[in-house]
Design a protein around this ligand. Structure first.
Ligand SMILES: C[S@@+](CC[C@H](N)C(=O)[O-])C[C@H]1O[C@@H](n2cnc3c(N)ncnc32)[C@H](O)[C@@H]1O
Length: 316
């Protein structure tokens, strides 16, 4: 970890990582997947320490590598770091979601912060035949990498690859708390029962969680153990990222057959989870490696299973 709280002094408050030097294993795996050729121009988003940009500059030459960092202090330190080892990638301080038009077009764009949607500027600035490689996550589940190829029509498409966990791009972050931002005393939720275990969609089954995240693109969840409610041992909270709909699923500490469900807001979030889980089971419970994503120049994302002709339904 090389920075906390975006460089602000947390004082007595919460501490959370805002920059880290990524593990060498994932850095090398991503560079391998990126496969930069000697003539290629590469844009990196997320300079951090400058190490990845330094490796790229060592391979390609500094004049073919541009790296963008949103945080001015980190950007300045990275420029010093690479200079100290006599490497000279072009270090730019700015918001990488806009790409860097003065250096475009690129053969490769590599992001070392994760995204929930691929910024359209990256498509506009990548050559046909070029590649965009980025860590990908949904509010539901953080899984791995998305490697997209650019077509002549300037669409991008490609598959998901295991595994990674990166800081989210700054402008795609959400900081939501159930009691602070979502649930209000005056809310009167709808009550029902479910047979689907909340652990089936939040537990060890990564494939289920990944498939749910692709279908419920704006839903996040958090567990609350011993919530202080009579007869409830554990409660799973779900909410939309705009906070307008929420659901809670309660385990009474005894039976794994039935769970109480509470839903509030225009969307029935637990019903959507059940529908998403049913779809995934119905198509044979595929793992993440069978899924891919297409992105159009105007930013429309379509996830698919096995091929572009088999789109994943999006709920909500
Ligand atoms: C995991 S670190 C990158 C590690 C880095 N590649 C290295 O070699 O040390 C993620 C970086 O992405 C940066 N970042 C987050 N949002 C960004 C944005 N919109 N534009 C550019 N950089 C961003 C963070 O400030 C952080 O430094």
């Amino acid at each position: 970890m090389t920075q906390i709280n975006d460089g602000e002094d947390p004082d007595e408050g919460e501490r959370w990582p805002s920059c880290s030097a990524s593990a060498p294993s994932i850095v090398l795996r991503m560079l391998d997947m990126l496969n930069p050729l000697p003539s290629h121009r590469v844009l990196e988003i997320g300079t951090g320490t400058g190490w990845n940009a330094g490796l790229l500059a060592h391979r390609l030459g500094g004049d073919q590598v541009i790296t963008m960092e949103v945080d001015p202090a980190l950007s300045m330190q990275a420029a010093v770091n690479v200079m100290n080892v006599r490497l000279d990638p072009h270090v730019v301080c700015g918001d990488g979601s806009a790409g860097y038009a003065p250096g475009a077009p690129y053969d490769r764009i590599i992001s070392t912060c994760s995204v929930r949607s691929v910024p359209p500027a990256w498509l506009a600035q990548t050559q046909p035949g070029g590649m965009i490689l980025t860590p990908w996550e949904t509010p539901w589940f953080c899984y791995g990498l998305l490697r997209l190829e650019m077509t002549r029509e300037r669409n991008a498409w490609g598959r998901f690859h295991p595994h990674s966990s990166f800081m989210l791009m700054r402008d795609q972050r959400t900081d939501l708390r159930i009691y602070r931002d979502v649930v209000r005393d005056e809310h009167v939720p709808r009550e029902s029962e479910t047979r689907l275990s909340p652990w089936a969609v939040t537990g060890d089954d990564w494939a289920a969680q990944f498939a749910l995240g692709l279908q419920l693109r704006d839903v996040w969840r958090t567990w609350h153990e011993s919530p202080g409610v009579e007869g409830v041992a554990s409660r799973l909270w779900l909410a939309t990222t705009d906070g307008a709909s929420w659901a809670a699923v309660d385990w009474d500490g005894h039976t794994d057959e039935r769970f109480m469900v509470w839903e509030h807001g225009p969307r029935g979030l637990w019903s959507e989870v059940e529908a998403a889980y049913d779809w995934w089971s119905h198509v044979g419970s595929p793992g993440p490696e069978r899924f891919g994503m297409s992105v159009t120049p105007d930013g429309r994302h379509t996830a698919w299973l096995d091929s572009l002709g088999h789109p994943v339904p999006v709920l909500g």
